[in-house]
Design a protein around this ligand. Structure first.
Ligand code: BEZ
Ligand code: FE2
Length: 407
């Protein structure tokens, strides 16, 4: 048994003082230090530093490890030039991205307190790394392929990858990702959603990331027209927005981006139990616009904050992402937004994906991120904001009760 005694602890979405936590792999008790010492006299005691704050381990729902080699290669600013640069550099970037590099990406996430992440996997190349890292991984096997002639072959490949991730056991939660409305044929899309529904497998999909995507799906026009003519010899999209959304009607799905979704489309999704992954830096870098989180708040629609991959970001540090979100959504009250952002990387993703983490509560996994503020906070209500502003790295990280040591 270990007892961890921070200055402040994040419990029930608020910050409390003079509360410690006792745990093995799971959280056993939450009480004053004095009571816990009496209850567990043999326990190892870990004292937090002067202005330490204990959070549940953070959850980053959306990252592409396979593209971790990108630093300055890809073209930022607008979506289509970026996508074309991905296609032009894909082979090079994937070849450069060895296990060492991907493990470094996992470490960067751990430094920022991420104990669970959602890996969107195109080829299955990161499975070994995801088994090696001490973090828990929602392993999203991605389905791609809009062309009817290759859809079945690509679907077969997807099934094989899904199967491989089911066999991993420890730490790997098999999951399904639909690449996007424009890149997946509706027939195989329906089959994959059916698997997710029947086997209760977590499901996610990129959705309405760019203006170009909207124009293509609505009017078979815009920048995607040239792209599809060039690479797929077609001038018509395989689906439209309504048909795509309806395919998920009975299967709660985590939709990534949704920056270009209308209020009505967001309402449609919210009414069917879906949720959103919000990647503000990726959206900014690819010229996709700003997700109107205030609309999600009005709809009471759950959203998670995520980094996306290094193919559309400059770091996988969740504190960097929190700061970007805080500055981007300037119309929200800063304290209210800070608290919601902390929820968006803890209890909200845990609820969405039915994880036994994301909260400091008895029976939950002992996944913790211990951070240190540079000085005493003015009030307990400011701690979320001050954490977001001042934290670069965590002091300590625990996963299933184990103190993770990293360099
Ligand atoms: C496709 O496989 O259909 C596809 C892949 C990437 C972008 C667009 C389409
Ligand atoms: Fe993505």
């Amino acid at each position: 048994m270990t007892i961890l005694n921070p200055n402040y602890i994040y419990i029930d979405n608020t910050f409390k003082e003079n509360i410690a936590v006792a745990f093995d792999k799971q959280i056993e008790a939450i009480d004053t230090m004095e009571n816990l010492r009496k209850q567990y006299p043999e326990a190892t005691i870990k004292q937090g530093r002067r202005n330490s704050v204990l959070y549940p381990g953070f959850i980053n729902t959306h990252v592409h490890l396979e593209f971790s080699a990108n630093k300055t290669t890809l073209q930022y600013g607008e979506f289509m030039p970026w996508l074309n640069s991905v296609i032009a550099n894909r082979e090079d970037l994937v070849a450069k991205c060895d296990n060492e590099l991907m493990l470094k990406a996992c470490e960067e996430m751990m430094h920022s307190g991420i104990t669970t992440f959602g890996a969107i996997s195109s080829f299955g190349a990161e499975l070994e790394v995801c088994m090696k890292t001490p973090q828990k991984v929602l392993f999203f096997n991605e389905l791609i392929g809009s062309s009817a002639s290759t859809a079945d072959m690509l679907y077969g490949d997807f099934l094989e990858r899904l199967d491989a991730s089911k066999k991993c056991g420890r730490g790997i939660i098999p999951a399904i990702a639909i690449h996007s409305p424009y890149s997946v044929h509706p027939i195989v899309l329906k089959r994959a959603v059916e698997i997710a529904k029947n086997e209760k497998i977590p499901l996610s999909a990129h959705f309405l990331e760019s203006e170009a995507e909207r124009e293509w799906l609505e009017e078979d026009a815009g920048e995607f027209l040239e792209f599809f003519q060039k690479f797929f010899s077609t001038s018509t999209s395989v689906t439209d927005i309504a048909e795509f959304m309806e395919s998920f009607d009975n299967t709660p799905t985590h939709f990534t981006h949704a920056v270009q979704a209308t209020k009505e489309e967001l309402e449609y999704l919210a009414n069917r139990g879906h949720s959103i992954a919000h990647c503000p830096r990726s959206n900014r870098l690819l010229g996709c616009g700003r997700l109107e989180v205030e609309e999600l708040i009005k709809l009471d629609m759950p959203f998670t904050l995520a980094t996306d991959g290094l193919s559309s970001n400059h770091s996988l540090n969740i504190f960097d992402e929190l700061r970007a979100a805080l500055m981007m959504h300037h119309m929200e009250s800063i304290n209210r937004l800070s608290n919601l952002l902390i929820k968006s990387i803890t209890s909200i993703p845990a609820d969405i994906f039915h994880l036994n983490s994301g909260e400091i509560a008895i029976g939950k996994d002992a996944d913790f991120a211990l951070i240190n503020l540079p000085d005493q906070p003015h009030s307990l209500d400011d701690i979320a904001l001050q954490t977001i502003l001042h934290t670069q790295k965590v002091d300590n990280l625990f996963i299933l009760g184990e103190d993770i040591r990293f360099v």
